[in-house]
Design a protein around this ligand. Sequence first.
Ligand code: NAD
Length: 333
Amino acid sequence: MTYNVTLIPGDGIGPEISAAAKEIIDASGVNINWEVVLAGEAVMAEHRTPLPDYVLESIKRNRVALKGPITTPVGGGFRSVNVTLRQKLNLYANVRPARTLPGISTRYEKVDIIVVRENTEDLYAGIEHKVGKNAAESIKIITREASEKIVHFAFNLARRESRKKVTAVHKANIMKLTDGLFLDCAREVAKDYPDISFDEMIVDALCMKLVQAPETYDVLVLPNLYGDIVSDLCAGLVGGLGVAPGANIGDDAAVFEPVHGSAPKHAGKNRVNPLAIILSGIMMLEHLNEKKAAQRVMEAVIAVLKEKTHLTYDLGGSASTSEMAAAIIRKMS
Ligand code: NAD
């Protein structure tokens, strides 16, 4: 079987890490016909948009994409391509596993958390305006439909992965209507899954508990903004952004991408860790039901991590991106 998969290399470090991931996935034995489409800063001048229609058309056609990070200007400039992509394709669930990996030294052992982040609304709706010269407002949108959908997604994922607990994260003590609605939906949906325990945490308290006792958490479900922040925190528990994969899942398409951004200061230096996008590629292989290929890549990654001789700077080594990728490929041959 041959799969058609859209590959978006992305900005900054994107082209280096996506080249590494593509080579490794190809070496796993799975047949992928990669449709490479450019988006982001690289196409701005030619297309006057960082997200030309051909990108969306390619993902809609292939239904699966592997994506490098894309730069978003801070303050002014174009709207986030990442957020627009998730909204336009209704990729409503952002799944970000944070697992302790063998061979990576961290402050914690046995972290195994899946962050499930609502991906289409909240303050990311992008509805902002100035109020006079010296104030600005942003509108936070929470709907029953999106909240119920993401909580069902989290419980179904928990069931599929034999997980024991789903924790809904909120700030409903302050945002009584918006986060209050999210929490009400979570409590209601939880009743449909009596086999999985449910609890709820205020987001600030959760952050403290996560750094004290991360092993007590299992599946977290959060509105968009808290999910974005908490998933970076969870990445820090297991070795940093260099090892944090992610997936954006909708009913019609799925886009796999690392949690990290385009890290412009490292771009073109062949030095960053390719693991986050490689692990995202493993999630993609599992999504395609290519379990053996996924396992093959994972075993090779773990062998390289344990050996510790071909690690990038962030993991305490001095290997380049391409040297680490080549070491993983050698473990598969
Ligand atoms: P970033 O994740 O790009 O980088 C922050 C720091 O994390 C880097 O300087 C580096 O020290 C470390 N890091 C990140 N990836 C690494 C890797 N693979 N290996 C080793 N170290 C790594 O965050 P930022 O600097 O805040 O954002 C840069 C740009 O990326 C911004 O324009 C932002 O909007 C964008 N961004 C895009 C996405 C996405 O495409 N999904 C996600 C986050 C940020």
